[in-house]
Design a protein around this ligand. Structure first.
Ligand SMILES: N[C@@H](CCC(=O)N[C@@H](CS)C(=O)NCC(=O)O)C(=O)O
Length: 208
């Protein structure tokens, strides 16, 4: 029998964030790995799921007669949080929820979007100067996030949340550019977060 949740993707940041979220929430899922280099995401079977031809895509078969197909990694993350209310995103405490969402969007927009734009400019050989500026902006925002850790153990409070999921994947991808010795709170948080069993499992979901 196949799992109710199928995750189509590859070893990319957007897909890993979904895999880590599934693991942290303890939701059973099946990986459907695509070879992006080989163009599997441009084939008709996958385009039928996501005409945009991009991963990740989640197929939620909780209602088998009416499967829900979701693209856009951040929409998938929020949908998964709804499947296990209160674990990674508070539900009843409006204040805590707002802080988790604030920090989630901080990492998604100010860090990850800038990082992706730099990567894209480098890939197409457009402007190395602009790419360098965007990359520096992304790293500055990571380092600046240390102020969140002066208030609490994790990025948005005293429990690991959706904000930490998105933060740990991008900090891991950027780790060679961060002077951790100058940022002890960030360093402590990163060591603790990246070694969580669910994070380790999620980061390996598409490996091999
Ligand atoms: N905004 C989308 C971006 C999706 C995206 O760009 N996915 C990349 C991998 S992380 C992809 O499918 N790249 C293959 C391609 O564009 O051909 C999301 O968050 O899911």
């Amino acid at each position: 029998m196949s799992a109710a949740l199928e995750l189509y993707g590859a070893q990319t940041g957007n897909c890993l964030r979904v895999a880590v979220t599934l693991e942290e929430l303890g939701l059973p899922y099946q990986i459907r790995k695509l070879d992006l280099g080989g163009g599997e995401h441009r084939r008709a079977e996958f385009l039928a799921l996501n005409p945009d031809g991009r991963v990740p895509v989640l197929v939620d078969q909780s209602a088998p007669d009416d499967p829900l197909v979701i693209a856009q990694s951040n929409a998938i993350l929020l949908h998964l949080c709804d499947r296990r209310p209160g674990v990674l995103l508070p539900v009843d405490d409006v204040r805590s929820r707002a802080i988790v969402l604030e920090r989630f969007f901080y990492f998604v927009t100010d860090v990850i979007a800038a990082n992706f734009s730099a990567f894209y400019l480098n890939r197409i050989g457009a402007s190395t100067e602009a790419a360098g500026q965007l990359s520096a902006r992304s790293i500055d925002a990571i380092v600046d996030a240390e102020r969140f850790l002066a208030e609490s153990r994790y990025m948005a409070g005293d429990t690991f949340s959706l904000a930490d999921v998105v933060a740990v994947t991008i900090v891991n991808a950027s780790r060679d550019k961060i002077a951790f010795s100058d940022h002890p709170l960030l360093s402590r948080w990163f060591d603790e977060s990246r070694n969580r069993p669910a994070v380790l499992r999620g980061m390996q979901a598409f490996a091999g």
